[in-house]
Design a protein around this ligand. Structure first.
Ligand code: CTP
Ligand code: MG
Length: 182
């Protein structure tokens, strides 16, 4: 397998986590907030940016993309996670989505504890918790995926996540989906 194919495999793999992270920007920002406006140590537990509708819309989009990737890859692109069957790939997609959304909540929780207001950028907390938690949930289910990703694959995923997070946020800002370009 060449580098380009490896990179493509990794991007297909992580896609459900990206979908789960991005969908709330489009479908969320409405309905009750997940911390019920409660405070901890004088600051909101999570803040107004974390809604139930956003969470479940993210979960739905992540799962739907994971199911599509699972069936399509088994049929047309068998070099993608070749040691997993379609059903296992669907579970991976689900865990990537759930992990991404849980990690996103953890990131907001930490931001609030550090005194960073909702929507203010945080160089590490905006990108890493959702990626790490998505990987953690998935590796817990299939540790072998860790070997399949490998050290440089992991470095690639971190770098790709930073770049894509930046790019998609600027696009979402231009499309007026977000008030700030981060
Ligand atoms: N969103 C949502 N529900 C979620 C996650 C996100 O409704 N569970 C929506 C909110 O409108 C949020 C937007 O997606 O403002 C962007 O998400 P994110 O950048 O994670 O939230 P921020 O508003 O930047 O808040 P924080 O500082 O807590 O990260
Ligand atoms: Mg943000």
């Amino acid at each position: 397998m060449n580098e380009l194919e490896t990179a493509l495999n990794l991007l297909i793999f992580i896609f459900p986590a990206y979908a789960a992270n991005a969908a709330p920007v489009i479908f969320g920002n409405r309905g009750p907030v997940m911390d019920f406006k409660k405070k901890l140590w004088g600051k909101r537990v999570l803040g107004d940016g974390k809604t139930f509708i956003g969470f479940f819309a993210g979960l739905a989009c992540g799962i739907v993309s994971g199911v599509a990737i699972s069936f399509l890859s088994t049929e047309y692109y068998p070099v993608f996670l070749p040691f997993l069957n379609t059903k296992e790939k669907i579970v991976v997609g689900l865990l990537l989505s759930l992990g991404a959304l849980t990690g996103d909540l953890a990131g907001s929780f930490i931001k609030r504890r550090l005194g960073i207001e909702r929507g203010q950028p945080s160089f590490l907390m905006d990108q890493l918790p959702f990626l790490f938690m998505a990987l953690f949930f998935t590796l817990f289910y299939k540790p072998h995926i860790g070997q399949w990703i490998g050290f440089w694959g992991f470095v690639f995923l971190v770098a790709a996540t930073f770049i894509l997070h930046k790019a998609t946020n600027v696009i979402a800002y231009r499309l007026r989906l977000k008030k700030v370009p981060w």
